[in-house]
Design a protein around this ligand. Structure first.
Ligand code: APR
Ligand code: ZN
Length: 261
């Protein structure tokens, strides 16, 4: 590891070791090492599909867009037998060490919880894929059931009893974010003393307000991302590195610091 990187790793580990309220904010870049494509990185979903096709209006009004959205859900999230990667595992380790206040994530893949974080400290700003709901009669479907139907070739799953439109519990472009989740995520961001962004371009709002709230309240901002973000200049430490190996090295260093106390 080059000297500059090891100094940065050491500095972030020092911030974490001394922090009282560490908040970690993740984007799609934390899940690419689990095989789930991101959106704006090289080969990301928005380099292959038009995001304008992925609004709630198009999902409701245009059958071809709805088919494409289900394809993306299937490919982007469900198609891969995704499991937590080293970054998710390192973050869960910080929780087990009593070092983590919460994770605020833009991701809908549920990998933070599968790595061991309890639901109550994971704030999913854009919803998740665990359930789908019929927009006509309100019937709820566990995603395993919807996935079985997708796997059986049903390109646009419809509600069994009423043939209504089924929609996953994710926030599509043009939809409001879940109010209570957004409120609590904002509150946690404002009271954080260290705020670490991992794998996000920080271009989608209101999610991207979170790191700004943290900095405005005096938190030290760390950004770990392959590629630039508009908030790089606000960061105390900026690491252009892969999430998995970077977070593993940081957590290892935190352990050394805590053991040597
Ligand atoms: N390690 C570190 N960074 C990575 C890795 C990795 N292994 N893989 C990808 N990245 C970086 C990419 O280079 C990119 O800069 O992570 C960033 C991911 O950015 P986006 O694809 O824009 O994802 P995100 O910021 O989460 O997008 C926010 O946009 O389309 C909407 O709702 C969608 O939640 C999503 C939101
Ligand atoms: Zn129905």
């Amino acid at each position: 590891m080059d000297t500059e990187l090891s100094e940065k790793i050491d500095k972030v580990a020092g911030l974490i070791a001394k922090s009282q309220r560490l908040v970690i904010f993740t984007g799609a870049g934390v899940s690419t090492e689990s095989g789930i494509p991101d959106f704006r990185g090289p080969g990301g979903l928005w380099t292959r599909f038009d995001p304008d096709d992925f609004t709630i209006d198009r999902f409701l009004s245009n059958l071809e867009c709805r088919r494409k959205q289900w394809y993306i859900f299937r490919e982007g999230i469900l198609g891969h037998k995704a499991s937590p990667n080293a970054a998710h595992i390192a973050i869960a380790e910080l929780y087990r060490m009593g070092r983590l206040d919460c994770v605020i994530t833009q991701n809908i893949d549920g990998l933070h919880q599968r790595a061991g974080l309890p639901d109550e400290i994971v704030f999913e700003l854009h919803g998740n894929m665990r359930w789908a709901v019929c927009l006509d009669c309100g019937r709820r479907y566990p995603f395993e059931e919807v996935k079985r139907r997708l796997d059986a070739g049903e390109e646009i799953p419809a509600c069994s009893p009423c043939r209504g439109v089924i929609k996953p519990d994710v926030v599509m472009f043009g939809e409001q974010l879940p109010y209570d989740v957004l409120e609590e995520a904002g509150r946690r961001s404002r009271r954080a003393d260290v705020f670490i962004v991992i794998g996000s371009t920080l271009v989608v709002y209101p999610a991207a307000y979170m790191p700004m709230y943290a900095v405005q309240s005096g938190a030290r901002l760390v950004i770990i991302n392959l590629g630039e973000t508009p908030m790089d200049k606000l960061a105390t430490v900026l690491i252009s590195g892969k999430a998995g190996e970077t977070m593993s090295a940081i957590v290892q260093k935190v352990k050394e610091k805590l053991d040597s106390r």
